[in-house]
Design a protein around this ligand. Structure first.
Ligand code: NAP
Length: 281
């Protein structure tokens, strides 16, 4: 079995992006910038945002965090987004989710200029992705896609099974694979006989949130298996795939941690640079 080392591949991607940022600075005398809005003091969100800022700075991007208290009014956030939309030094805007209950997530997402939407959540980008046009793509599925392509460059005609249909993971993942001419099945909690659906997959992507749901006898021999899940259990963080047993059947498999996770932030940096390049057009 080929262990797909997301940590190593993400480091390579960040190095490539650093070179690209250096070239942009030389050529355009500008620095692509990422601005993250963080509302409230949820610890996981604070850690994610800090990691995003650190990674952005490491590759030479301008990085800024705007922090608001939990009880900030929605209108104040919308006004800030309007300001950032107009600010030429800001290439990408990200509002860290989840948001407090009194703030309408969709209203916030839709206020961000789609050309600065580094998360790829704006309906304009969602529509473009599903139409097969150029768009920002959500960072986690983009990371999974890059890992799959490194393992198997020609995906045409492959049967892909996506477990989970969230807007964050499952749906954009399916669109990316469809664009690569895979035959894609999206499964979810109401899918009948999930095991047999998975057994048809040359590629299986699990984005569910149930520890070790996917077992070895769900996986066709020599399939590529990508584990998006991050689940806290008594034995530590585990994915949605039973790693030990599936590793005996799969051709290639991502570990958790150290698989998809590191690619997510690297893809956020990639999206920021893509947004900057789009601003030049
Ligand atoms: P989500 O919004 O909760 O969606 C989960 C999906 O799984 C839903 O579509 C749900 O079906 C489906 N599902 C639930 N139980 C199922 C079952 N028994 N059989 C088949 N499908 C089932 O979750 P998400 O945001 O996509 O995240 C999924 C996992 O990825 C979580 O563990 C999360 O922590 C992790 N994650 C990792 C990263 C990373 O960087 N690695 C980033 C984001 C998320 P229904 O639609 O029918 O409810």
């Amino acid at each position: 079995m080929n262990l797909i080392d997301g940590k190593k591949i993400a480091a390579e991607l960040r190095n490539e992006l650093k070179v690209e940022v250096d070239e942009i600075k030389k050529k355009f005398k500008k620095v692509p910038g990422l601005t993250v809005i963080l509302i409230g003091d949820l610890t996981p969100s604070q850690i994610y945002v800090r990691n995003k800022e650190k990674s952005a700075k490491e590759i030479g991007l301008k990085s800024e965090i705007i922090k608001y208290p939990e009880d900030i009014q929605e209108i104040s956030v919308l006004n800030k987004i309007d300001e950032l939309n107009k600010d030429e030094t800001v290439s990408g805007i990200l509002v860290q989710l989840p948001l407090p209950d009194h703030i309408d997530k969709q209203k916030i997402i839709e206020r961000i200029n789609p050309d600065k939407d580094v998360d790829g959540f704006h309906p304009y980008n969602v529509g473009n992705l599903s139409s097969g046009y150029e768009s920002s793509v959500p960072c986690t599925p983009l990371g999974c896609y890059l890992l799959i392509k490194r393992t198997e460059p020609n995906l045409s005609g492959k049967k892909a099974i996506v477990i989970g249909r969230s807007n964050l993971n499952g749906k954009p993942m399916a669109q990316l694979l469809l664009k690569e001419n895979c035959t894609v099945t999206i499964t979810h909690s109401k899918t009948k006989d999930l095991k047999n659906e998975c057994l048809k997959g040359d590629i299986v992507i699990a984005a569910v949130g149930i520890p070790e749901l996917v077992k070895a006898d769900w996986i066709k021999k020599d399939a590529i298996v990508i584990d998006v899940g991050i689940n806290k259990t008594d034995k530590g963080i585990v994915g949605d795939v039973a790693f030990e047993e599936v590793s005996k059947v799969a051709k290639a498999l991502t570990p958790v941690p150290g698989g998809v996770g590191p690619m997510t932030i690297a893809c956020l940096l990639k999206n920021t640079i893509e947004c900057f390049k789009r601003s030049l057009k």
